[in-house]
Design a protein. Sequence first.
Length: 190
Amino acid sequence: MLRIFILIAGLTVAATAALADGTVQKLMTPADKDKLEQYGESRKTALEEAKAGDPAEVKELESLLAKPLLTTSDFDLSGDWRCRTIKAGGLATLVIYDWFKCRVTDDGAGWKLDKLSGSQRTTGRFYDDGEKRMIYLGSFFIAGDTPKPYASGRETDQVGYAFRTGPSEWRIEFPAPKYESKLDILEFRR
């Protein structure tokens, strides 16, 4: 009986270590790990500053953020999406851009995002991070440029948490982005 207990305890410790050292943790840069560790504080600061923005845009942002978070386990991201960027905090306090085109594909290695229109683009992949959240690792680039692979440097690396908010709605929140704001939100709708 003692041997069985020791075996089960050993397997539990091994499984816990494996979960704590998952694929995304191995891929993520130290700078992006720091951004996710500071996510709550970065988000809070950015949203406080955003309250000083245009009242109609503040109301729109508050409405978006009030939506309950849903499970991502049964959600298929694949397909074409309308997407728009919201920049909170920083230089312009709050800016909500118009809608652009995004596409999510599943190439067998998981979901891959490509922002297809607009001057500021992103391409990257999603990784599970619990029942109601995914981690996005991507690369920022300007239309016409060739995107660099993730982990090419702070100028292009992007990290964020993706949340499902409806049957055909979701968003990625990018804490402490490199340019212009303190929090970027990329909102998606069918």
